[in-house]
Design a binder for this molecule. Structure first.
Ligand code: ADP
Length: 523
């Protein structure tokens, strides 16, 4: 620990909470700038909603959500409309304070009028979400899954998922919500931090029983019941990749602001905790993402009244030690150096006719990074370590998901026009330049109309009180403006095609401009 900072540069900086390394120029940091902000309940819901607008079917793994207090009228109106169209619909909603954790301040309601607007909730924004009433039960209990995901790099996008996770159980048998049982947290909320206080919580030495178990033990149970476990895993992988695709555009804005391109700085990686609920039909639903998942491998035990001791928790140890060990193996700076040396050697081999390249080298070229790491493990310093528990899923499955990365491309346009590095918001001049350079203004859309669009959208986003530190247009506001322009220009297409077409239009004009400038430079 270096509470007062460390003067000599490190290979890896491992923080407990968040990124604050604007003053280091090399190495790798275990947190991304802006990640804590991005996974807050409101920001995550917004980012996922943008993707739901574009790809409703692909993003139906996140419950319908509304942001309070600003969307309360919309919440009331939409619920009324849905109830009118289907009178048999008897929904339950869950209210979760923004920035809360461990079940803090969460409650269930049957009707929008039950939202508690008194006291602190008014000053505390929240998300209200459709409650998943029919979760999969094991031993009659509701449970959720904590999966560990390594975001190894943002650009290019590299994602790894741990092969095993934790299942955290409720401690009261589950019943579908009724007015009578809505308040029973041990029945409805799976948080470990809550259920540990229930008399029914079972600490287990065995990973297959108790109130916290390995996810693999659940999969074994499901598989023996005849469930399609392979499909379940593929749905989970897809949920993780899509969620990260929803987060990357804004993360890139934070990244360029803290670590400007072209200046020396560290690179980042981060272990995220995904909380997932399985529905009765085995569909995985995303509950939330934790930027700072607990890595504790002990739990407190009350030896005698009031006397507590930390004792090892075999379930936590089994899952978490492997996650940290393999994260370090994947970001190992020595390996990076070895890889660079291998790369140089391979490049020199490539200059020779192909038949001179040995089979082993060809294999190395073909293998994905995960396999490559395993290759290394077999050969070198890592000999004797278990095989990697972290499996690469992106870019491995990139082909299936790249079509979803539209907002990423909108963010690239936004970042291009941010101008002065170190900011996260676009000024009016930047917005005008974007319109001009992309040739979006015409007789139907004057520059005066451009200014009005900028002012309208920016004012509304800034009045939501997300970030008052900087003035100007945030990425989400820019995305809204971009969608507006796309709808105007390509009227009859579905939204994702409108947006896709406008992106291509802008990218085409910017490439032409760059070409022209390059030509001028040469001239
Ligand atoms: P926190 O950060 O406070 O843990 P979560 O979003 O994880 O907040 O919610 C706490 C718990 O509430 C979850 O672990 C889950 O058991 C339950 N829960 C949350 N959202 C839903 C939902 N939409 N449907 C059913 N259960 C939910």
């Amino acid at each position: 620990q270096f509470p007062f900072g460390r003067r000599l540069p490190c290979d890896i900086y491992w923080h407990g909470v968040s990124f604050h390394d604007n003053d280091i120029f090399s190495g790798q940091v275990n947190k991304f700038p802006g990640m804590t902000e991005m996974v807050r309940k409101i920001t995550l819901s917004r980012a996922v909603r943008t993707m739901q607008d574009l790809f409703p079917l692909e993003y139906n793994f996140y419950p319908r959500s509304w942001i309070l207090p600003e969307e309360f009228p919309l919440f009331v109106a939409e619920v009324r409309m849905m109830k009118d169209s289907d009178p048999s619909w008897k929904p339950t909603f869950i209210v979760k304070p923004d920035g809360g954790c461990q079940g803090d301040g969460i409650y269930l309601i049957k009707d929008p009028s039950d939202i508690r607007f008194t006291g602190s909730i008014q000053s505390r924004p929240a998300v209200v979400q459709e409650y998943i009433c029919k979760p999969l039960l094991v031993d009659k209990l509701k449970f959720d899954i904590r999966l560990y995901v390594l975001l190894k790099s943002l650009e290019p996008l590299e994602i790894y998922i741990a092969k095993d996770g934790l299942s955290r159980f409720c401690t009261e048998p589950y019943q579908e919500p009724t007015l009578k049982n809505l308040h029973q947290v041990f029945m409805h909320l799976t948080n470990y931090s809550l259920n540990i206080h229930s008399g029914n919580f079972i600490h287990s030495d065995n990973v297959n029983t108790g109130s916290k178990r390995t996810f693999s033990s659940i999969l074994c149970r499901l598989s023996s019941r005849g469930a399609d476990v392979k499909k379940l895993w593929s749905d989970i992988i897809s949920l993780v990749i899509k969620t990260i695709i929803a987060l990357t555009p804004e993360l890139k804005v934070y990244y360029q602001s803290d670590i400007p391109a072209g200046k020396p700085g560290p690179t980042c990686f981060q272990i995220l905790g995904f909380d997932i609920l399985l529905m009765k039909n085995l569909k995985p639903m995303l509950l939330e993402v934790n930027a700072n998942p607990s890595m504790r491998i002990e739990h407190e035990q009350e030896l005698s009244p009031g006397v507590f001791e930390n004792v090892p928790s075999p379930v936590d140890e089994e899952v978490k030690v492997a996650v940290i060990r393999d994260t370090l193996r994947l970001v190992d700076p020595q390996k990076k150096k070895r890889k660079d040396t291998q790369y140089n050697y391979l490049m020199s081999c490539r200059c020779q006719p192909l038949e001179h390249v040995s089979e082993a080298n060809e294999e190395l070229l073909d293998a994905g990074p995960a396999d490559r790491a395993e290759n290394d493990a077999g050969k070198s310093l890592e000999a004797g370590l278990p095989s990697l528990c972290l499996k690469q899923v992106f870019p491995k499955y990139a082909k299936q998901f790249n079509y979803l990365r539209l907002v990423d491309r909108v963010a690239a346009l936004f970042i291009r026009f941010l101008g002065v590095k170190g900011t996260t918001k676009l000024g009016p001049t930047g917005f005008r330049t974007f319109i001009r350079n992309c040739k979006l203004s015409n007789s139907n859309f004057s520059m005066a109309a451009v200014d009005i669009l900028y002012i309208d959208i920016t004012r509304r986003w800034n009045s939501m009180g997300i970030d008052h530190k900087e003035s100007g247009m945030c990425l989400q506001a820019f995305v809204e403006a971009f969608f507006c322009l796309a709808q105007k220009k390509y009227k009859s297409l579905p939204l994702h095609e409108q947006v896709g077409s406008l992106i291509e239009f802008c990218e085409y004009h910017l490439a032409a401009l760059d070409e022209k400038r390059l030509g001028c430079g040469r001239g």
